[in-house]
Design a protein. Sequence first.
Lengths: 169, 753
Amino acid sequence: MSACRPTIHMTVNGEMRAVDAPPMKRLLDVLREDLHLTGTKEGCGEGECGSCSVRMNGELVNSCLIPVLQAERADIQTVEGLALNGKLHPLQEAFLQCGGAQCGICTPGMLMAAAQLIERNPHPGMAEIREGLAGNLCRCTGFMRIFESVIAGAAEASERAVEHAHDAR
Amino acid sequence: MSTTATTRIVGASVPRKEGVDKLIGRALYVDDMEREGMWFGATVRSTIPRGIIRSIQFDPRIDWSQFAIAAAADVPGKNHIQLIVADQPCLADGQVNHCDEAILLLAHPDRHKLREAVNAVRIEYDPLPAVLTIEESEKQDVIVLGEDNVIKSFLLEKGDVDSAWANAAHIVEGEYRTGAQEHLYIENNGMIAEWNGEGGITVWGSLQCPFYVHKTLRAVFDLPDDKVRVIQTETGGAFGGKEDFPSNLAAHAGLLAMKSGHVVKMVYDRMEDLAATTKRHPSRVRHRTALDRDGKLLAMEIDLATDGGAYSTLSSTVLSRATLHAAGPYVCPNIRIRSRAWATNNVPYGAFRGFGAPQAIFATERHMDEIAAAIGIDPVGLRRRNFLHDGEQNATEQVMREPVILDQLLDRALAESDYHGKRARFASENQVSPVRRGLGLAAFYHGSGFTGSGELYLNSLAGVDVTADSTVRVLVSNTEFGQGTNTILTQIAAEALGIDYEDVTMAPADTGVIPNSGPTVASRTSMVVGRLIERASLQLLEMLRSHAGLGVHYTSEDFFVACERYRAAHGEVRSLCHYEAPPGIFWDDTTYHGEAYPAYAWAIYVAQVAVDTVTYSAEVEEFWAVQEVGRVLHPVMAKGQIEGGVAQGIGYALYEKVILQNGHMANNQMTNYIMPTAEDVPPIHVHFEELPFRFGGFGAKGIGELPHDGPAPAILNAIRDATGVGFNRIPLLPEDIFAKLTARQPVEEPAVL
């Protein structure tokens, strides 16, 4: 059995994790079933809807398309890793204030896509937001509240970064 | 009585009640739940649209002793999923009537073993002739349901249509069609069931209507009320798609739990959900309209047909709403609407946001633009000339007793969109540009709540209680699936009770805890149930004032001290109210006359569209949604409802095509069933005019379904404006635009007689 169920090592939300899983098991299932991180959702199972989006080594990926073998030694961030020390991430705060989450099923993936976007581009314009979220489907909001949330979240994240820089001095 | 007095919490955009849980990944959807020793279930489905099941064979290469298997013969009670009529089996018994119909259920402790097992069950059929379109069904050569394939028909008559034609200056005819539409909630259907032997059954699942599922389980398992418990889990979108189907899935999971002796989870993958669950009814609507020389409506004759699919499910009530919305928000002295829902061997169609109204309104509002073109009036003027006003009567001869502000909504929509200025500009730019732009509008109303006497039959019961740890709980069977039930109802309770929003929570959506306040459908939650919560809260205050010394002025703390005093004397602190109809409601179900709905929400939507004459693609560039929905209880959520509905309506018009092959959805993947993405949705400008409705929760009327009614006709009217060609069928894809714009002879032009 050990030959077909190798131990995979990953960093998940900053913690080292070791998982015994078949190498072709989807990263999505490893997160949900083996690590009980059910914040990451399955919507379509074929990389179309983005509900299962997580960040892997700084890239946004559909975890339903990643065999866990490919995640060996990877650094994974899921929605459970966004809030720090019980304080909501600026994007989470903004989604709450601006109505960016309705039924909530696309929200974890949407947040990861938005986090990826504003980390790469702290002040995204509307076209960049639309492009950055194009792989994440939301059926409830019509996206307008999400766009507002991302704009507000990006602004708050920049402010927090400035405060952090001040504090560091 | 609701007033327009200043409120603290109602009208404020407080944080969504369950928002933080959803944002940190802690909210538990059904697939997130695990139980010790849980098994997993799967479904063996029919592969033909109609036939007799000759044999069922199990491939001997599978060790079937490891599986639990359930068939029709295992159903302990009635083998029916009954929403209205008992014609849909829980599991096919001897005959299948549509593709993807459930025949057998399998359960196994390892969910990864199920797919192979499903494929290893071989079913042989003696095929029967199938009926797959409205036209085939109405020929009645092959009868697939009842005596005549008619699931339901209505005839609504007002005035004397037949004698109106002779005096008409203009008669305009048209035929309009809409396709099926998939809800595409991002969370697929799912259910967990536990069979407790003598103790009965408990299910947890993604669903809209706990008591619909409760009723089904009582019948399928032949159990008394108190042996069935239904608990809603966090639900990842529904849009009507989790109104009826969860009853089927709960019964299936329950049968497997009973057979296996284990808790069983059934969660569909996307392909199964798309192929096997309900969609919006396809429709065909024919209009024949008489007008006088000035463009005043003289007569409307409307023939409306829907494809109901293989079983009746909710088709009769969907048809009812379509019928009641078919004449639009206009005054017309002579109206005849004949409507029929036809049975076919397609997967049963079901509830979807708007519930028949989007189909009817697409036809009416497209037809208005065809009339305008045919008789040479501009579309705005034609509508304005015929709008309903206060005191006038609609098709059911319901007198509009509340203020009607359609003209005001229209003025605002025209101003916000710069309708006239842009139309003039586009008309000249289109002469030289390969991209042709146009503006189109739709005027419509949507009835809030159940039709006619429906709310009286429902007799909803709802209220509030106060727990020993000083929390007020809202007691309703109305569920949250993204639209904001939790937030709106707790806002209303907190406002009416004069305490903080944080002091109020929702009781769990568990039939063992909550009263039956009716289903979460028909844009009724804010208006009807909200009003019940407002009344129950005021009643609780009265109880506390009379029996527990609560003063006129009090703090949150005073309130809860009074609650404890009341509890000490009476054992519990609980206030429930039954539905009371607004006064003067009269409805005749046989003639379809009277007060069809207690209130209407009104809207004018405007779409700006660009049609590329090189690629033949049509793109919505900007959208304006102006409406009156009574009092807006939560501005941010209300906007979100409208924007989401508009986006779904854009998909309905231009993207979302259900391709049926022999009754099976061939494009049952998100890869090839296309919904609008973040890059497709245009800026959507939402404006409310607020007119509090006296009998709604803090003045609210229904909002949820309204925004799906208007986008499709507004968009296709804009395409007509841009190209000069009327398209009468949705979804309208680039290939459809290509076919018509490049055809030598224009087809489907309005016939002016």
